[in-house]
Design a protein around this ligand. Sequence first.
Ligand code: PLP
Length: 379
Amino acid sequence: MNKKIYLSSPTMHGEEQRFIAEAFDTNWVAPLGPNVDGFEKEMAAYLGIGYAAALSAGTAALHLAVRLLGVEEGDVVFCTSMTFAATCNPVAYEKGTLVFIDSEPDTWNMSPAALRKAFEKYPKVKAVICADLYGTPARLDEIEAICKEYDTPLIEDAAEALGSSWKGKKCGRFGRFGALSFNGNKIITTSGGGMLVSEDEEAIRHARFLATQAREPVPYYLHKELGFNYRMSNIIAGIGRGQLLHLEEHIAQKQAIYRTYQKAFADIDAITMNPLGGADAVANNWLSCLTLKRDCGVKPMDIFEALQKENIDSRPIWNPMHNQPIYEGCDFIADPHGKENETGSVCMDIYNRGLCLPSDNKNTQEDMERIIGIIRGLF
Ligand SMILES: *Cc1c(COP(=O)(O)O)cnc(C)c1O
């Protein structure tokens, strides 16, 4: 069997163990402890944001953001359609009414034009959730401005975009809340974990409280609010502190992978690489993706299968949420460019024509040549 090449696997440095060892030596294995405090402070400083709460998952961060904004049964929440289910599921946990928003071609993220159309259609909206896919920032200043105009809070799902920025401001810092993920395949990982970030000190204090079962600060067990077991452990936070020291290095590796693909496919007219957001954006290039021209004779799944045969992982683009059986019946607002293709939306068109390429930090020159050779062989 040929050497396995992963889509995006954990890249550890050994340095993480220094923080874990410290936790063991002081028996501060659980709960919380100095690594949790340290990881929160270090991440907040990196992003340039006031406050952070370390949690068990990115999904937990999104759920707490939705709870803190008071989303209840029947409340309308606008959400990016083309994203991972974790972006919108927390709204369903609270029985909110999801309305999905199309992507725009220049970033693949939430279309400001479709968002505006949605606000014109729905007079009362509780929140907007906007994801930054594959490390490319959404048009976050425009989206933030539209939300402000309609007096609606924004949650930025920056799970895939740690280290990316839009107009000089880091992803995660836009809107009322930002959510980060340290899941195994993300740009830095704690094996599993997430963080909620905000400029609102009181909201982050409340998030920490809700994440630790909402125990009132009295010597007996008193609960006035519904709590969750969502806090990050001191061991896991230690891994995060070690990983954070290597974030910039990981980003540089991911950017080099993207550039290698871009150069290798430059002469193939049928292949276009995923957009990085133009001059206003710095993308962390978490995953490199391509789209294929219609009727070029090759389909994304042809590439997927050709790579799989050689023990190489690739992955389809996120299947839009308005296309999911579980969200059947939810409204969807298309971008004007959707008219230009037969699906009627920008995101279904990207989904049909796109593929995520192996983007592992540890890919060697040789690995990259193998992947590129297989793909070029199909044209
Ligand atoms: C990974 C991811 C999440 C969820 O993060 P977990 O830490 O796995 O819960 C949320 N949104 C997006 C866009 C993601 O890619």
